[in-house]
Design a protein around this ligand. Structure first.
Ligand SMILES: Cc1cc2nc3c(=O)[nH]c(=O)nc-3n(C[C@H](O)[C@H](O)[C@H](O)COP(=O)(O)OP(=O)(O)OC[C@H]3O[C@@H](n4cnc5c(N)ncnc54)[C@H](O)[C@@H]3O)c2cc1C
Length: 289
């Protein structure tokens, strides 16, 4: 959100398309995320989660509308996928000379060898799985592979049909690419924000205390995404052993994060009026500021 605000504040005319894609991605991430989180909250609170006085259901009702209004998320997702593809074409499209093409293909081959070598696809130590470099490389690799695959697919298809028909046939790939872009941005900007916190040497005590839990949260986000998308297994980026290790790490991270859960929620500094009907079980933990 902060990154989008800064980009918007410093926008130029050349920036408009990229900014549109970024803001559409943010809208999808926030509204889909809120819907899923509220559903999980409702289920975690059992029957109490359904009580009107505890607000979860009415919030869920509002959020349902946000998924559709101001641009339906399914349609926006296609715009995001299309925007990523357009940027790829701008950089590596028809204007690319033979020399640049050879250099691009060389870079891609080196990247594939680096990312898909058996040592890396089988590496399962926690040091490796919790390393932001590994998590970000995985997200970037998926996005880049899906982009070039979609470009090749469309290029082949338009030999036999109109671009409109080819685009419609490829919509599932377009949406997958859109989602990969969103998830890469979430992981990348989360890691950057934590790094910036790091740089503020004289950061407040609270920030310093939360730095490690935030690093665990960012690992949790990246690993949950990697576990959920079958692309990582199907493409051979993860071996089945590494996929299993990721599931185990997710469980371990949840256990490690548990003692920090209340501090993280308190750091959001929710306003007092939101607590007037809190679930009795939460009042026990004195969540109220
Ligand atoms: C609470 C609320 C408040 C609103 N307020 C306003 C307002 O103030 N001003 C205003 O102008 N509008 C407003 N709207 C309307 C809103 O912008 C539209 O509902 C929204 O754009 C979706 O259009 P639709 O309802 O025609 O659904 P449709 O576009 O018919 O969508 C129905 C389904 O088809 C899918 N779909 C649609 N197109 C595609 C596609 N190309 N590919 C794949 N799937 C597709 C959608 O994902 C959805 O699942 C409001 C809507 C709600 C619910």
């Amino acid at each position: 959100m902060r990154y989008c605000k800064t980009r918007y504040a410093n926008r130029t005319q050349d920036d408009a398309k990229q900014l549109h894609v970024l803001i559409a991605a943010l809208k999808i991430a926030c509204t889909n995320g809120a819907k899923d989180i509220l559903q999980t909250c409702r289920e975690c609170c059992g029957g109490q989660g359904y009580l009107t006085s505890n607000l979860i259901c009415s919030l869920r009702c509002d959020v349902e509308a946000f998924v559709t209004i101001d641009g339906d998320n399914t349609v926006l997702l296609q715009q995001v996928g299309g925007g990523v593809l357009a940027e790829f074409q701008r950089q590596y499209g028809e204007n690319m000379g033979l020399k640049e093409k050879a250099s691009f293909m060389g870079r891609e081959a080196v990247r594939t060898i680096r990312e898909r070598n058996p040592v890396k696809t089988h590496q399962i130590s926690e040091d490796h799985l919790f390393n932001p470099e590994f998590q970000l490389a995985a997200m970037r690799y998926r996005e880049s592979k899906q982009t070039s695959r979609l470009a090749r697919r469309l290029q082949r298809a338009i030999k036999d049909m109109s671009f409109f028909a080819a685009w419609n046939e490829a919509l599932m790939d377009v949406s997958s690419l859109g989602m990969s872009f969103i998830e890469r941005c979430q992981v990348e900007y989360f890691i950057t924000a934590i790094d910036e916190l790091n740089d503020q040497v004289s950061s407040t005590n609270q920030q310093a205390r939360l730095k490690h839990p935030l690093q665990m949260l960012s690992s949790l986000l990246a690993l949950v995404r990697m576990e959920a998308d079958p692309w990582f297994l199907a493409s051979g980026y993860l071996s089945s052993t590494k996929h299993e290790a990721i599931s185990d790490s997710i469980n371990r991270l949840c256990v490690m994060l548990r003692p920090h859960a209340l501090s993280l929620v308190q750091a959001i500094q929710l306003p007092n009026h939101l607590f007037h009907n809190t679930l009795p079980s939460l009042k026990r933990f004195s969540l109220q500021p």
